[in-house]
Design a protein around this ligand. Sequence first.
Ligand code: SF4
Ligand code: SF4
Length: 439
Amino acid sequence: MRLSFSALLLSWLSVASGFTAPQRRARFFTTSATSSALQSSTQENRSNTSSTSRSDFPDYGKTPVEIDKIRVEKTQKWRRKDLFGQSLVEQTLAGMEDSSTKPKPILMSKEERTLRRRALNDLGVKRFSDFLPANFDRKLPTILQLNIGLYCNQACDHCHVESSPLRKQEMMTAETAAQCLDLLMKTPSIETLDITGGAPELNSQFRYLVSMARSMRPDLEIIDRCNLTVLQEPGQEDLIDFLKNHRVRVIASLPCYSSENVNQQRGNGVFERSIAALLALNEAGYGKDEALGLDLVYNPLGAFLPPEQGKLETVYKEQLEENFGILFNSLFTITNMPIKRFADFLHRRDELKDYMDLLVRNFNADTLDTLMCRDLVSVGYDGKLFDCDFNQQLGYGLKDNLSVFDIDSFDLREYKIRTDNHCFGCTAGMGSSCQGTTA
Ligand code: SF4
Ligand code: SF4
């Protein structure tokens, strides 16, 4: 009986990867050393088989012995071009209403939220300020982080800004965006413009900010905090080209390499869309070309600290390349902050106190010098100034609620950093910031 190589290969792949044969239907490709041997065996095969059979797998005796040079082409199943132009918003809104699969968010008034915030301090944990050295001051800023709006096509469980498709009001205006650019030009110490949201790309000022900043400061690092699925929203079909043409670094959330975990945290269908988006970014050169950085962000699913960043990055790289053919540069691990939607999540599960204890227990003094707030300026959609995006969401503004219209540059060293007990989220373990660990 003639041995069917393709059947053997496919069944082996199914066992090895957990994929079924149709999902993982593979085609051979090889390095140059083996390609000619496989090519001639393929041509021979073609003349011996009917036109309908798969004739690109070499028969018995034709497989080169240099098996380390043989590669298996990645599955095409995840290249979902059909998703581009299809909005996720309706599905997100349906998910927000579906109380059978998700607990309803706790609706709280401003007063209740203030009480909740104070409750963090009443949990019996130590005060963050007791851990700070006397010289805990602000430095010259190197990062300008603009949160340009809270509208998002997703509504993730852990979202510290509580974004969703319902947040249509909170959007940066053209006047505020122009003022931010003016101040950026007056603050040459700033090396990075970090644009976040919501889904910042869905704000009308996003492209204006990026293109103006790129032309005014060719040396500037510009970051787009991208949720990946935004690339498929109608009207965003040219977004990848726009980002590429302006050398924007993409930092994207992907809290796991398994669909179950990602969909649980970020909504049904988000994993499949995220993988399709990452493949499209790779295709454009992101994660491959030096000038087109693509980084991923991991944050824990529940009340635990992230694993070691370097080790997790290795696992992410193996899993994403092996299963989907995805390449990326770095993985950043971020600790969930006990505020907003994640605080509600902990509260519902009666885990807030235990989580705070965990953060305090793992306080690491080595993280203090590189905390984000030391050299970052955070600006809200309305132009208000903050120490970081977390303080922004808590409404902890700079003295007298300063805004971009009250200052001459982003050098804010005269103003004290406003810390509170949520700050333990930045100092636990190896530290946490928008660019991963800090110690
Ligand atoms: S975590 Fe990001 S993607 Fe999810 S709702 Fe918040 S802003 Fe949107
Ligand atoms: S949460 Fe606190 S420690 Fe962390 S960056 Fe903001 S102000 Fe600094």
